[in-house]
Design a protein around this ligand. Structure first.
Ligand code: HAM
Length: 416
């Protein structure tokens, strides 16, 4: 039997309902914060990702889906969204009109070892606030994430925040790490030996257990921050405090991609095992310039939609199903068709099962968790009335309603 490719999934039924609910809430929120929608291609020239995300990052060195197209150009399925957004910013000349605040969502592709909450085709919802170097831009972006999680009723997540400083602080820290890891060179994993040469900060992000033991006593970045970077970080933390957003300063949040400067953050949960990051982001002040645009500071985050769906409370959302229409006999179907049409034209969702006897169709409405069935045969219809039969566990009442009052009745009783 044909199966989906490893690490990919079909999104069905209840999960699709959750995803749609999440995306609707995310989009509403994004608009309230002044972000505007954008869509960029799912594949880009490999160059868009290769240097920008960092050649020593796991994403670039092991996880990209890269292929040669028929014209011989190297293309890559986007492993993340930020590099493509910055490419679009530059390609469309938008660096002339800053700030630009974008929101977007869609699939990303990473060749990772699949497990619960970790897939090869994953979906992210993201925002990018481009063109402000104010620490409160970081606070706005973090508060967006915090409030969204709250509204979605996702509990037990904690903001973990860190600073990766500016280029000067980074250079000082790099030297300190080279000094520290130098004597352990032969004990490090092969990947980390390369990282020591190219980007020692990446060693701190190593998944290798022996590397992690060596990292335990590595110098902390905080001691190498210059005054500008320290002041920036303090202002971000002050902004979070002003909004009563709880946080934990966590020097281990170094992020898996190379473009970050200053603020780096993740919202973590202990409900998803090893895949504990529900969302991650930070500031990337040098990326636009690195990709050929003018110096343009920016900050953003991406949240993993699969992980959010695993954490959402399914009960409340899935019970938002439509009204069911149950014409009793085949001869009543045409009236059912017309009634369904009328409800939908009034923006009232409903289901009209057409297959099987009354009992079977009734069962289908129960499976769809409809709140109420509108039941009628020729006799009732000729007397101009239908029966509203409630299908909930705690409510089995029945009401007779005249045909012309159906819509008013539905609205009055908030049945949709
Ligand atoms: P990231 O931390 O690589 O950041 O990914 C963001 C989120 O995507 C993660 O926190 C996680 O929830 C989800 N995610 C990542 N990989 C997987 C996977 N294999 N399976 C399921 N979910 C996954 C970025 O991608 C940055 N572009 C975020 C950003 C935007 N930074 C600034 N702007």
């Amino acid at each position: 039997m044909l199966q989906p490719a490893r690490g990919t999934r079909d999104i069905l039924d209840n999960e699709m309902t959750l995803k749609e609910f999440f995306l609707k809430t995310f989009q509403r929120f994004a608009k309230n914060y002044g972000f505007r929608g954008i869509e960029t291609p799912i594949f880009e020239s490999t160059d868009v990702f290769k240097r920008t995300l960092g050649e020593t990052s796991d994403v670039v060195s092991k996880e990209m889906y890269t292929f040669e197209d028929r014209g011989g150009s190297s293309m890559t399925l986007r492993p993340e969204g930020t590099a493509g957004i910055v490419r679009a910013l530059i390609s469309n000349g938008l660096t002339q009109t800053l700030p630009q605040k974008f929101f977007y969502s869609g699939p990303m592709f990473r060749y990772e070892r699949p497990q619960k909450g970790r897939y090869r085709q994953l979906h992210q919802a993201c925002v990018e606030y481009i063109g402000s170097d104010h620490p409160f831009a970081d606070v706005e972006v973090i508060s967006f994430a915090y409030n969204l999680l709250k509204v979605l009723n996702i509990q037990d997540v904690m903001l973990n925040i860190n600073t990766l400083g500016d280029l000067e602080s980074r250079a000082a820290y790099r030297e300190a790490l080279i000094q520290y890891f130098g004597p352990y060179k032969n004990d490090l994993s092969d990947d980390s030996k390369v990282r020591l040469e190219k980007n020692p900060l990446r060693i701190l992000d190593s998944k290798d257990i022996h590397d992690q033991v060596i990292c335990e006593n590595a110098p902390a970045f905080i001691h190498y921050l210059n005054n500008t970077s320290q002041a920036f970080y303090n202002q971000v933390l002050e902004g979070l405090e002003a909004l009563n957003i709880p946080y934990k300063c966590n020097p281990k949040v170094v992020r898996g991609l190379d473009y970050y400067t200053h603020t780096a953050f993740e919202f973590k949960t202990d409900k998803l095992g090893a895949q504990d990051a529900v969302l991650g982001g930070g500031r990337y002040d040098n990326l636009v310039k690195q990709m050929g645009g003018p110096h343009t500071p920016a900050v953003g985050f991406g949240m993993g939609i699969e992980r959010i769906c695993l954490l959402m409370d399914k009960k409340n959302i899935i019970s938002q199903f439509p009204i069911g229409i149950l014409p009793i006999g085949e001869e009543d179907y045409k009236n059912g068709l017309m009634l369904a049409n009328q409800l939908r034209m009034n923006d009232i969702g409903c289901e009209l099962p057409l297959k099987g006897n009354l009992n079977k169709r009734f069962k289908l409405l129960e499976r769809l968790q409809c709140h109420v069935a509108i039941l009628f045969g020729s006799e009732e219809w000729s007397k101009n009335c239908v029966k509203f039969k409630y299908l909930q566990q705690n409510n089995k009442k029945e009401d007779v309603v005249s045909v012309e009052n159906i819509i008013d009745y539905i609205k009055k009783n908030q049945l949709f």
